[in-house]
Design a protein around this ligand. Structure first.
Ligand SMILES: [Mn+2]
Length: 308
């Protein structure tokens, strides 16, 4: 079989990068030719993790063609994948998201579990194949679990994520709490980013209830007020996206990773969906969402159920 390209979603987060590297590592150890790729810039948080464990970033990939054999990690929705993904041959998927809009022409390996992180599933795949996880890769996989679960505080976190994190910490000789806090904090340094960059750091475009095209972006911070001083310019950047992407809803979550809350900035013709979904009133396009930190568990399904 030809070379397998392994990649996560656009606007890659730490899980998308770590999963690509870890699964390419596993496939290589199983005798395949596999290389990780990334569909966008590396975040500061991911950069911190890569530097800490001395692993290089994957090469950038923008689009694929019918000649490519690919493995999708940390996503399955075509909108979140490489341009032209429908033309490529999808060999395998390892994911922990809802399945939406995904179809293949041929049979496919599909590993999915509703756990907090793709790397948690990958840990099981390493075990099932009796492959030892190299210490540096284990450290990166641990970073992904810390990132996706916000140090186990997100409602998406399961007991399995905690268990696997402990094991990966042992393999990589990492102190979960001190390392994890330092890594999450590295991701909250937003000063060098323009507002356009901020609304695309961790962004997903999804179709809600088959009718509302929504972009849901998230930035992590230790200080919501600090980010809100840039509100006018953030809205300007969001309005450009509403125009250029034809969005019905543009939701930016500014998430306080210390206290586990989010401030939302909401634009678009369906902004009222956020009001309905969380029983809040938008004032100047913004509302405080108490206890909301997970796009996957507390935003997309909640918006979907209120849109139907
Ligand atoms: Mn993930």
């Amino acid at each position: 079989m030809e070379k397998l390209l392994v990649f996560g979603h656009k606007s890659p987060d730490t899980d998308s990068i770590a999963s690509s590297i870890a699964l390419a590592c596993l496939q290589t150890k199983l005798g395949k030719t596999a290389e990780p790729r990334r569909l966008g810039n590396i975040s500061k948080e991911t950069e911190f993790a890569l530097n800490h464990f001395k692993i290089g970033a994957p090469e950038l990939l923008t689009s694929v063609s019918e000649d490519d054999n690919v493995i999708l990690v940390d996503h399955n929705e075509p909108d979140q994948s490489a341009d032209n993904i429908k033309s490529a041959h999808i060999y395998m998927v390892v994911d922990h998201h809802r399945v939406n809009g995904f179809e293949t022409a041929e049979p496919v390996y599909y590993y999915a579990e509703p756990v907090g992180c793709t790397c948690t599933i990958l840990y099981k795949l390493f075990n099932q194949n009796n492959v030892t996880i190299p210490a540096d890769v284990a450290g990166l996989m641990l970073s992904a679990i810390i990132s996706d679960t916000l140090l186990f505080k997100s409602p998406t976190c399961t007991d399995l994520d905690r268990e696997v994190a402990e094991k990966l910490a042992k393999i990589s000789n990492t102190d979960i709490n001190s390392y994890g806090l330092a890594m999450l904090k590295a991701g909250t340094d937003l000063s060098s980013f323009s507002e356009e960059e901020l609304v695309n750091l961790d962004a997903k475009v999804v179709t809600i209830a088959d009718k509302i095209k929504a972009k849901i972006s998230q930035v992590n911070t230790a200080d919501i007020d600090d980010v809100m001083t840039r509100k006018a310019k953030l809205e300007e950047a969001m309005n450009k996206d509403v125009e250029s992407l034809g969005l019905d809803l543009d939701l930016l979550l500014i998430t306080d990773i210390i206290n586990s809350n989010s401030q939302a900035i909401v634009l678009g013709s369906h902004a009222d969906l956020v009001e309905k979904s969380y029983s809040v009133k938008l004032e100047n396009n913004t509302a405080f969402l108490e206890g909301i930190v997970s796009r996957k568990k507390q935003v997309i399904p909640v918006l979907t159920s209120h849109a139907e």
